[in-house]
Design a protein around this ligand. Structure first.
Ligand code: IVH
Length: 671
């Protein structure tokens, strides 16, 4: 490989970074899409010919990486706080009064910003390079979603300019625009999958994919709204100016950020944004007021989980008025029958709503709802739209009462009322086609066995034709059987059989999740797989053993035990294994057996092979605790270049010191 090739790669990377920035951050593209694609393809082909030239921050790396087993936990360098809420003008003016009194000033200057309804994120940059992204989690510990965040075009992989601090943490909100959300949902519905309830859920779900290649397809974007850690360099002293700095470094900053002075101006901003809410291309659930001066922020300080220097002015939930055309009944995977109101489609906060959940019959009684009624519906935060109230004055003579169904809308068997007489339930289990269908749909879905080309329609056809009766039957479906079904031709049938066969090679956590055991979601399935390492281990566990797992409470444990005790389920599991469904055997993760268990490490100085946070993650993954200061309890000090007082202290306390070279050798051996 020649020096020219290497130089060309560097030029291409720089060009592509600059064009990305112009397109995604500045909204001002400088070249055509086709020219961009040409440069991108050139870099891609050079990198695939000479893999050693590929860098972690190359624009080609935004396509995602192979799936992770789970997300690592990371400790935030500075806690990620939440905000206190103001629901009306009085709350805002009381907040302002507290602030101005404490600061002893007449009128406080605030930075006012839209409150984006997405997912909070922390991005860490070292020497201008993106090294880590973490979710907020509980504010102290979050999840490492670096691979996923790398796929988001609005997140710079390399900062622009040169006046940024050596270590810089940028915080912001990752979200999906309303338009992208609607097209994502349309695609999910067409594929027979469950749509997301709102853009926020869709963004959170996309960000927490273990396979970042899926995240890459979701067109997430981000607004930066503050900085956290700043080391080795300065930052402006007014929040507004910090935002401008972030912009010059390549971050997307909301165009509606404004400086306002005094409570009346805050209120005016709140009202202006509330009016503009529907026309914005993304969801907001309020506005945020932040004291503009950073030293004033310091003076004001923090309460336990919220700062005294900021408040969220929350909008009332978006509401709309429409008519109930019909009530349909959905039979869920576990037989619960849920009434759903079919509505005259209506736009609420920029999203079209045509269904609202009615939860159960007590709710219908409480609302006094009849068919044909005009209702107020609400789309709040992260819940499915719901009916808030009936507009009684708009009821006409055509309104008719809603009668609870006596029999299951799917299998016709009588329904039971259990659970304090609230939930209507069909007890037929696998005999009921709706439950059968729901369980199979769940089994093949993206986060479960992920079988391509097996949408709801096909599942229905297979069930109706009697080709399958349970999820395991899928693995013996033949091309000939598919050809007897409508809409299948040689090519599509072969393709489906191939993708069913490919799905046989899976992971234990996906398989557990795919079984659709009540109460066992994706995260619990992962915790179970990590803990037991094998299906046999899980099946043999009793309730006591199960509740020892951090994610598993008594309700989940009971559900698991009941599932594995049922002979039909055991038979089904045997059938899966006989038909060749398999997963790699995992060694259960036992914390105290990790090589660095019980050791306390401290990191100091700079390393050439990795950033400090990467080193911290790698040591933590090996079982070590990483602490910020040297004491007698410290086991080892990892000392890079230019180590200062910590090195001196370690030597004084006779703590073992390891240099970069020894450290690399140790990591290579242990990992
Ligand atoms: S400032 C202490 N600014 O709202 C300051 N937050 O509870 C904390 N959010 O989940 C955040 N837009 O992710 C800030 N312009 C904005 C925001 C914003 C959305 C989210 C944030 C957090 C929640 C605050």
């Amino acid at each position: 490989m020649s020096v020219e090739v290497q130089a060309r790669c560097e030029v291409l990377r720089e060009l592509l970074h600059a064009h990305n920035h112009a397109y995604h951050t500045l909204d001002a593209p400088t070249i055509s899409d086709s020219e961009y694609d040409r440069l991108f393809q050139e870099l891609l082909s050079l990198e695939s010919r000479y893999p050693t030239l590929k860098t972690d921050d190359s624009p080609t790396q935004r396509i995602g990486a192979p799936p992770l087993k789970g997300f690592k936990q990371v400790q935030h360098e500075r806690p990620m706080l939440s905000l206190d809420n103001a629901f009306n003008a009085q709350d805002i003016s009381e907040f302002d009064k507290r602030v101005s009194e404490r600061l002893q000033v007449e009128e406080v200057i605030y930075c006012a910003e839209p409150k984006i309804d997405g997912v909070a994120i922390s991005l860490l940059y070292e020497q201008g390079r993106f090294v880590r992204a973490a979710t907020r989690g509980d504010g102290l510990m979050g999840e490492d979603v670096t691979a996923n965040v790398k796929t988001i075009d609005a997140v710079p992989l390399i900062l622009q300019g040169s006046d940024y601090p050596v270590r810089l943490e940028v915080r912001g909100e990752i979200y999906l625009s309303k338009a992208v959300f609607e097209s994502l949902n349309a695609g999910l519905i067409a594929a027979g999958e469950k749509p997301f309830a709102n853009p926020r859920n869709a963004a959170a779900g996309s960000l927490r994919q273990l396979d970042s290649r899926l995240t890459a397809k979701r067109r997430l974007t981000m607004f930066a709204y503050s900085v956290g850690l700043v080391e080795g360099g300065g930052i402006a002293d007014q929040h507004w100016d910090v935002m401008q700095q972030l912009k010059t470094w390549g971050f997307r900053i909301n165009a509606d950020i404004a400086c306002v002075q005094g409570p009346a101006a805050c209120q005016a901003y709140f009202e202006r944004m509330a009016e503009r809410r529907a026309e914005l291309s993304y969801d907001i659930d309020g506005v945020v007021f932040k004291v503009n001066g950073l030293s004033e922020q310091q003076t004001l300080g923090l309460l336990t989980r919220t700062p005294r220097w900021a408040i969220a002015g929350k909008f009332p939930a978006a509401q709309g008025t429409t008519r109930v055309l019909e009530v349909v009944y959905q039979v869920g995977r576990t037989g619960a029958v849920t009434p759903v109101a079919k509505l005259q489609p209506v736009a609420v906060g920029g999203v079209t709503i045509s269904n609202a959940t009615l939860h159960n019959f007590d709710e219908i009684d409480r609302l006094g709802l009849q068919l044909g009624d005009t209702v107020v519906i609400e789309r709040a935060g992260d819940v499915i739209p719901k009916v808030v109230r009936v507009v009684q004055t708009a009821r006409d003579s055509a309104a008719r009462p809603i009668e609870p169904p006596q029999v299951c809308p799917s299998c016709g068997s009588p329904l039971e009322r259990r659970e304090a007489a609230v939930v209507l339930r069909c007890l037929q289990g696998f005999i009921c086609p709706a439950q059968q269908k729901e369980r199979i749909r769940h089994f093949v879905s993206r986060l479960a066995m992920d079988i391509d080309g097996l949408g709801t329609k096909v599942v229905e056809q297979l069930l109706e034709a009697g080709v399958i009766n349970n999820p395991a039957d899928l693995f013996s479906v033949t091309v000939d059987e598919l050809l007897t079904l409508e809409r299948f031709a040689e090519k599509s049938a072969n393709k489906l059989v191939a993708s069913i066969a490919a799905s046989k090679s899976t992971t234990l956590n996906r398989f557990i999740y795919a079984l659709g055991i009540p109460e066992v979601g994706e995260a619990t399935a992962l915790a179970l797989a990590n803990h037991f390492g094998s299906l046999e281990g899980l099946m043999a566990a009793d309730e006591t053993a199960l509740t020892e797992i951090p994610d598993v409470g008594p309700v989940v444990a009971t559900a698991l035990e009941a599932f594995f005790r049922e002979p039909l389920n055991r038979q089904l599991l045997q059938q899966f294994q006989d038909l060749g469904v398999h997963w790699p055997v995992e060694v259960p993760l036992i914390a105290h057996e990790l090589p660095l268990a019980d050791q306390v490490w401290v990191i100091t100085g700079t390393f050439s092979a990795f950033g400090r946070s990467e080193l911290k993650d790698r040591l933590t993954a090996l079982g070590a605790k990483v602490s910020g200061s040297i004491s007698k309890k410290t086991s080892v000090l990892a000392a890079g270049e230019a180590a200062g007082s910590k090195l001196a202290k370690a030597e004084a306390l006779r703590v073992e010191v390891m240099n970069e070279q020894t450290l690399i050798a140790m990591l290579e051996e242990m990992e």
